[in-house]
Design a protein around this ligand. Structure first.
Ligand code: PEP
Ligand code: MG
Length: 900
């Protein structure tokens, strides 16, 4: 098996398509070499080798030694330098790189190959002894901490001590002897800690570094990052061994990171940071504040032009925005990395639409470029424009670089673990750090926003936050952050742990207290792309909405009707006339407490006008679109008070003795209410409830029709488990509706159907379809009943079922993402059976899964007609439904190719 792939001097063994095997970085280096860009030579050890390493209990394959040796020799030939050589020696960097980018999560070792001999060779060839020894001490320092695991802080302390001893402040002021002393100091420390000498043999150094990179694949921070980013299915990291080039040899050198378009806004401008006389890590670490590319253009016009050229070439080649790292060594440009750049959700839409319009990609590609999370994040808030500017100015604590837009309000917390603790308690937090490092990802993830005192737009904090679309301000240098006191000083003002602050990631401003936020207007690019998805998808997207307000919102979001209106959600609050809320509450409570049919009818008659008004509002908002209204579903005890005080209050208000209320509540008590007297069972026992609700629906429809509104009502019975049960309910529905229509002298089309929420209903779907005119899968209850897991309580232990480090039984929470294997099997069965009886049976889903992208893909493949999602998730469903079609087309095409 081949484990090593070479690239250099125009020769390559791999290419850009081999990301899985060579990792993103390795594939990028190979591809850039292949298309003739200036790339330092090197080789990549494959991800399969990493897989082998772990499977064999952290052992390298036996053939690897010879393969690596052969490639080192080839590298030496190509570069004309020798690893550990005494003249112009070859130095290499050893870097990780998996198929999915995990910025800063794994290890890197630079300047490998330095030893007492080669450091002399380096000094001679560069003509700078100080530089050579600085490089050597950096290597020893990195190797000691990364490969051997010696504490970073102690190594840093030694550096500080040396500088104090020599009375210098900046690293740049340390003379060659200072670095020489430090190397000796480090080596002594190394021996005292490990009992062995620091390795001088470059090959031994290399094997240590390769092992450390493989080891970092399973380090806590990398595992956490993969979990929060949902990165699964990778076999490991590759290792890239690449000839070192130096950006820190003087004023004619430097290093930078750039993007082919602006990753924040998506604008087609060249965007990036550059540091003169620096090594790559200095930009990413955000320790020095870099210059913009425009300034670089002035300082190094020739190199800038060359870089511009690379920008054009790479974007055209990869047909996507690239994030590139480069180094200038003594006036010569080297490309060190290219990868598809992370971007904000706003930029995702803009770039996708712009690139499609430019002809760089197709519209289908544009649709596939957007992730469901990008849509969610588009609705991130900004500071309410109605807050007066002078007030904002008064509250301003400081300014930084606007790394990721959006705004966030939270309590200032100064360490990542504490941010996680606060967030666990339900607090909103802003993570405030001098700079962030990969260890901080857990805290960064739970934070509403991130604020750092140092760094530029490509610092760790900025890159990670951007990937999440999370508001982030970096380089707020005037803020004095004190970790030990847990404070941030802004001039006179002191922000302490737990104090509220607000970040405006658009402006880069930090404010004291909680500034009101609003959700932004959607961009034209968003609208354009969504209109493209609508042309592609076959699945209709409806919404779950219970009020006219939600219905209007959902329509704005592109809903094509209502798939679920939960009538009981209007029982407790009058959304249109809030002052009437108490009155309707009492009517429903009176109905529940009633102990005779007459008393119940009297109470229901009070409720009828409220329900009718609700439905008029909803039909009006959905003019021309279908509206599925579900009859009463939850167990009645949910609507009455359980404590004596409130029961007495209710008894007084509805004019019955408190004992009546108490008795009734006692009667309603169930051991297992979710499997109890609920759903359509209520209408079987109390047909008058059904009569009132159907009357309200049909009367509302008639009234709307009269005022010219197009109504398409669909009346839905919940939790049905038997054909005869549904027949009784359907007959009762038609009887009531028929009477209302006859009285009004109106003809009106309406449907009567059922939810499929119980295994028995799904199993007997052929019989149920004899009666039902439509099915709507209520996958919240269906998941609960198929899996035997309580939807209300399973949250306590389901996280363990999903956590790979615990049990890892499910890939996702089955109440969020449909359990395709189990619940899905039953859905397939029910659809097939239902359509056997009624070939044109209209089928949808209205459980929470209707707004989950993976579940929507399943619904498409299962042949449903529509999905129904909460208003803000409607666009996610639209996108996922279109992506499902594109996936299907691609699969059909590749099947066709295989056959051909
Ligand atoms: C369901 O069970 O999936 C459903 C939509 O109904 P509810 O969530 O109201 O029980
Ligand atoms: Mg249900």
């Amino acid at each position: 098996m081949k484990f090593v792939y070479f690239f250099g001097a125009g020769k390559v063994e791999g290419d850009g398509s081999m990301k899985e095997l060579l990792g993103g970085k390795g594939a990028g280096l190979a591809e850039m070499t292949r298309i003739g860009l200036p790339v330092p030579a090197g080789f990549t050890i494959t991800t399969e080798c990493c897989d082998y390493y772990y499977k064999q209990g952290r052992k390298f394959p036996s053939s690897l030694k010879a393969e690596v040796r052969k490639n080192i020799q080839r590298l030496e030939r190509v570069t004309g330098k020798k690893l550990g050589g005494d003249k112009d020696p070859l130095l290499v960097s050893v870097r990780s790189g998996s198929a999915r980018s995990m910025p800063g999560m794994m290890e890197t070792i630079l300047n490998l190959g330095l030893n007492p001999t080669s450091v002399q060779g380096l000094a001679a060839s560069i003509g700078d002894e100080r530089f050579a020894w600085d490089a050597y001490r950096r290597f020893v320092q990195m190797y000691s901490s990364v490969v051997i695991g010696l504490p970073k802080e102690e190594l840093e302390d030694k550096l500080r001590e040396m500088k104090a001893h020599r009375n210098v402040k900046e690293d740049t002021a340390v003379p060659a002897d200072g670095w020489k002393d430090l190397v000796q100091e480090y080596k002594k420390y190394f021996k005292s800690k490990t009992g062995a000498d620091f390795p001088d043999d470059p090959e031994e150094q290399l094997w240590g570094a390769i092992g450390a990179v493989f080891g970092s694949w399973m380090a806590e921070k990398a595992v956490t990052y993969r979990r929060v980013e949902h990165i699964t299915g990778l076999v490991g990291t590759a290792v890239n061994v690449v000839q070192m080039v130096f950006g820190n040899t003087g004023e004619n050198s430097g290093t930078g990171v750039c993007f082919t378009r602006d990753p924040s806004t998506g604008a087609k401008v060249f965007y990036g940071d550059f540091l003169i006389n620096a090594q790559g890590e200095d930009v990413v670490a955000g320790i020095r504040t870099p210059m913009h590319l425009d300034d670089m253009a002035k300082r190094m016009p020739k190199i800038y032009k060359q870089l511009e050229n690379v920008r054009r070439l790479l974007e055209k080649h990869y047909r996507d925005m690239q994030d590139m790292e480069f180094t200038v060594e003594e006036g010569k440009l080297y490309m060190l990395q290219t990868r598809v750049g992370k971007r904000t959700p706003t930029a995702t839409f803009k770039m996708a639409v712009d690139m499609a319009n430019e002809g760089l990609i197709s519209r289908d590609d544009a649709i596939e470029r957007v992730k469901p999370e990008d849509i969610e994040r588009l609705f991130y808030p900004v500071i309410d424009a109605s807050v007066p500017r002078p007030e904002l100015a008064k509250r301003k604590l400081g300014e930084g670089i606007n790394a990721v837009p959006g705004a966030a309000v939270g309590r200032a917390i100064f360490s990542a673990p504490e941010a996680e603790e606060w967030a666990k308690r339900g607090e909103k937090v802003i993570l405030v750090r001098r700079e962030t490092s990969p260890e901080d990802v857990g805290g960064m993830y739970v934070a509403q926003g991130i604020l750092t005192a140092t760094g530029g737009k490509t610092s760790h904090a900025a890159v990670v936050a951007r990937g999440w679309g999370k508001c982030c301000i970096v380089g707020a240098e005037k803020l004095d952050i004190d970790y030990s006191q847990k404070t941030m000083k802004a001039g006179e003002h002191i922000v302490r742990e737990g104090d509220w602050i607000t970040l405006d990631g658009n402006e880069g401003a930090v404010y004291e207290g909680q500034v009101p936020l609003v959700t932004p207007e959607l961009s034209d690019s968003y609208r354009t792309l969504m209109s493209w998805t609508d042309k592609v998808r076959r699945l209709l997207v409806r919404t779950n909405a219970d009020t006219p307000h939600d219905a209007r919102k959902a329509r704005e979001m592109g809903a094509q009707g209502i798939g679920l209106c939960r009538t009981e959600h209007m029982f407790f609050k009058d959304f249109e006339q809030p002052e009437k809320s108490i009155e309707r509450q009492l009517a429903i409570q009176e109905m529940i407490v009633a102990d005779s049919v007459e008393a119940r009818r009297t109470a229901l008659a009070k409720l009828l006008p409220f329900q009718r008004r609700d439905f008029i509002g909803i039909f009006t908002a959905m003019d021309g679109l279908p509206v599925t209204i579900r009859l009463l579903d939850p167990p009645l005890h949910e609507f009455v008070p359980h404590d004596h005080e409130h029961q007495a209050e209710l008894a007084g208000k509805i004019g019955v003795p408190v004992e009546v209320v108490e008795r009734r509540v006692e009667q309603l008590r169930e051991a297992n209410p979710m499997l109890g007297h609920r759903g359509c069972r209520l209408s079987i026992t109390y047909p008058e409830i059904l009569e009132m609700q159907v009357t309200a629906i049909i009367e509302a429809a008639v009234e709307c029709r009269k005022s010219g509104i197009k109504v398409l009502p669909e009346i839905m019975h919940p939790l049905v488990l038997d054909r005869k049960e549904l027949q009784i309910l359907t007959d009762a529905t038609h009887k009531v509706a028929g009477e209302v229509l006859k009285k009004a002298g109106v003809k009106l089309e309406y449907l009567v159907g059922t939810m499929i929420e119980l295994p028995r209903a799904a199993l007997l779907a052929d019989q149920i379809a004899e009666v039902a005119e439509f099915f709507s899968f209520g996958t919240n209850d269906l998941t609960q009943t198929v899996m035997g897991l309580s939807r209300d309580d399973a949250g306590r232990f389901l996280p363990d079922y999903v956590d790979e480090k615990k049990a890892g039984i499910f890939k996702a929470d089955p109440f969020q993402t449909l359990d395709v294997e189990g619940v899905g099997l039953l859905i397939h069965w029910a659809i097939a059976r239902g359509r056997k009886t009624r070939p044109k049976l209209k089928i949808g889903i209205c459980g929470e899964h209707g707004g989950d992208a993976d579940s929507v893909r399943f619904c498409h493949a299962a042949g449903m007609n529509y999905v129904s999602a909460s208003p803000y998730r409607v666009p996610i469903a639209r996108l996922a439904a279109a992506q499902a079609v594109l996936e299907e087309r691609r699969a059909a095409k590749s099947r066709g190719k295989r056959k051909g």
